[in-house]
Write a new protein. Structure first.
Length: 303
């Protein structure tokens, strides 16, 4: 009799366990690829008399699609994240040229759809030879934050003087994920950000961390990081390659980085770095953050 009760108990336990497991089954729901991709194209300066723009080469794109939750843009084989569907390119090949840009719209469970459009854009700016030589040495040149000097990183009011509110003292930001970064400019227009150069010896390791502004740095889509006031330190982020172009809106030499590429400290915005000053072996850059709150300043030197 005891054995019978014992066996019945086991059967009931197994039944309850099976039912419990069944209750925990999850369904992913219907996987739907985005459809009806629409791309708005704004060629800066375009009008009736100048349908291909004002010669700056700048084009703003805005993508939308049914059932899309995020987007990427692809130009010249470089993939750029654009979570909200907005992207800006500075097409710098001199003259009137046609460019193909592909939009990838992502839906649930990674389902995606693509659309390629072509734009005909006029570019009239030709960077001076000494700027090109300074930036990429007519081949490849690697830059870093000048951490050993005062005012290598800082901020101020928009349109105000350099380092107006804060200028870092030598070594002020040691260990936050900025000083071990390298910014490589190549003559083919590619920009590579090494997020930790010290772990690349003796073999390449693409993992690293970066430094940035709270909330804005979340645009990078990575995990974690260490909050310290309004800064996020050592935010995990791997090496990546993007594109850069040289323009001079309003006569101000500017380095425009594609996608979410950045230098020094992530602040979002338009990813366009004005060259405030430069010599053969040093440059001071300025960018306005995505909150339209501050100008951020960086002093770089070649490695």
């Amino acid at each position: 009799m005891k054995n019978l009760k014992y066996n019945i108990g086991i059967i009931l336990s197994l039944t309850l366990l099976f039912c419990s497991c069944q209750d925990e089954d999850f369904t992913l729901g219907e996987i739907t690829a985005p459809s009806n991709i629409q791309v708005e194209v704004d060629i800066v300066g375009a009008d009736t008399n100048n349908p291909n723009g004002d010669g700056s080469g700048t084009v703003n794109f805005k993508a939308s699609a049914d059932n899309a939750i995020s987007y990427q843009f692809v130009y010249n084989s470089i993939v750029s994240l654009a979570p909200n569907g907005e992207m800006s390119y500075d097409f710098a090949v001199l003259g009137l040229n046609t460019y193909a840009v592909t939009v990838i719209a992502f839906g649930t469970a990674g389902a995606s759809s693509t659309k390629t459009i072509e734009v005909e854009v006029l570019s009239l700016y030709e960077p001076p030879a000494d700027l090109i030589t300074m930036l990429n040495a007519n081949g490849t040149r690697s830059w870093k934050i000048k951490s050993e000097a005062a005012n290598h990183f800082g901020l101020g009011s928009i349109g105000g003087p350099p380092f107006e509110y804060y200028g870092a003292n030598p070594g002020d930001k040691t260990g936050v994920g900025m000083y071990d970064d390298r910014y490589i400019f190549r003559s083919d227009g590619t920009f590579t950000h090494i997020t930790n150069n010290t772990n690349d010896d003796p073999t390449t390791d693409t993992s690293g961390t970066v430094f940035g502004r709270e909330v804005l740095i979340e645009e990078l889509g990575g995990p974690g990081g260490n909050p310290n006031g309004a800064d996020i330190e050592n935010y995990p982020y791997s090496d990546y390659t993007a594109q850069y172009t040289l323009t001079a809106p309003g006569g101000v030499e500017t380095i425009s980085l594609s996608g979410l590429a950045f230098i020094g400290y992530y602040v979002g915005g338009d990813h366009k770095y004005q060259i405030f000053s430069r010599s053969a072996n040093e440059m001071v850059l300025k960018i306005t953050d995505g909150n339209n709150q501050f100008d951020w300043w960086f002093t770089l030197i070649p490695e």
